[in-house]
Design a protein around this ligand. Structure first.
Ligand SMILES: [Zn+2]
Length: 290
């Protein structure tokens, strides 16, 4: 098993196989690419474009997919059918790829939810396609990922919504189609890890869905949960994932966490009892070179 970290600052902490850096967060700001890191590009989540070009926001029966609405979107969603916005994203991705990056991970590549988007463009294009709505939506997302694959030569990862059952119907995510264009698939399984029962069910379910490497992202940022909860999540995720990514977002927190995990005897005991040899190997490495 590999270990990764997700940061929103341009740093490369030691002791990780994969360092993810948010080069285009959902805020829509475009930051300077970070060489040697996996640069994360948010595609259809963009709180800047939603302000400057509000007519590009995805819609459903008069509702717009923006923050603060009754549907509680975490960010603003752009309609995936707009050629000008797709082109804008592709250009950013191509630019990032020029910077000797380890790879690029695509985030928020989907429709915001079921029922979206019913804007004029989506309605017209779907009608002329002759395809039913579910297939057409999946094609809109699949074709975008394929266009990215065709336009850059670096490795590509993809984060999908953590719904193992209805990803296609709700988000336009047709796993069978899109795994062909990427080198790994990642799911953020962010939750309260005091009970890891649901984490186990979701991770197991995703693991069975495709044969490409599977990455699990665990929330490890502020506000900090008890370390023992995170360790039990790590133990569960290590049963299914090819790489577990700790989403600390901050480099200083990453170092604190590494130190705590490597030194805490209770953590070692817990992992030894569960035969988590891969996680223990990582902790041993962190202990050797803090
Ligand atoms: Zn639309």
């Amino acid at each position: 098993m590999k270990i990764g970290v997700l940061l929103d600052e341009p740093r490369i902490p030691l002791g990780f196989d994969y360092v993810f850096y948010e080069v285009k967060p959902s805020s829509g700001r475009i930051l300077r690419p970070l060489p040697k890191a996996w640069n994360v590009v948010n595609c259809f989540a963009d709180n800047t474009i939603s302000q400057t070009k509000p007519d590009l926001i995805a819609t459903c029966k008069g509702d717009r997919a923006v923050r603060g609405t009754p549907r509680r979107f975490l960010w603003d969603w752009i309609c995936p059918s707009r050629a000008e916005y797709r082109e804008y994203c592709l250009k950013i991705i191509q630019e990032v790829a020029q910077h000797d990056v380890a790879g690029i991970r695509l985030d928020s590549v989907c429709f915001p939810r079921e029922g979206y988007c019913d804007c004029k463009v989506c309605t017209e294009v779907q009608k002329t396609s002759g395809k039913d709505l579910i297939e057409w939506r999946a094609d809109q997302i699949g074709s975008f990922i394929r266009e990215v694959r065709d336009s850059v030569s670096c490795e590509l990862g993809l984060t999908i919504e953590p719904d193992p059952c209805y990803g296609k119907e709700r988000f336009g995510l047709d796993l069978e189609q899109i795994v062909n264009y990427v080198d790994f698939v990642s799911t953020p399984l962010y939750m309260d890890y005091s009970i890891v029962y649901w984490l186990d069910i979701l991770a197991n379910c995703f693991r069975r869905k495709f044969s490409k490497p599977y990455f699990i992202e665990l929330y490890a940022g502020y506000p900090r949960a008890p370390t023992k909860h995170l360790v039990s999540a790590l133990a569960v995720a290590s049963n299914y994932a090819d790489c577990v990514v700790l989403s600390t977002y901050e480099a200083s927190l990453t170092e604190t966490l590494k130190r705590e995990l490597a030194r805490d005897e209770e953590v070692w005991k817990f992992l030894e009892e569960r035969n988590c040899s891969e996680v223990l190997r990582i902790l041993r490495d962190w202990k050797k070179r803090p």
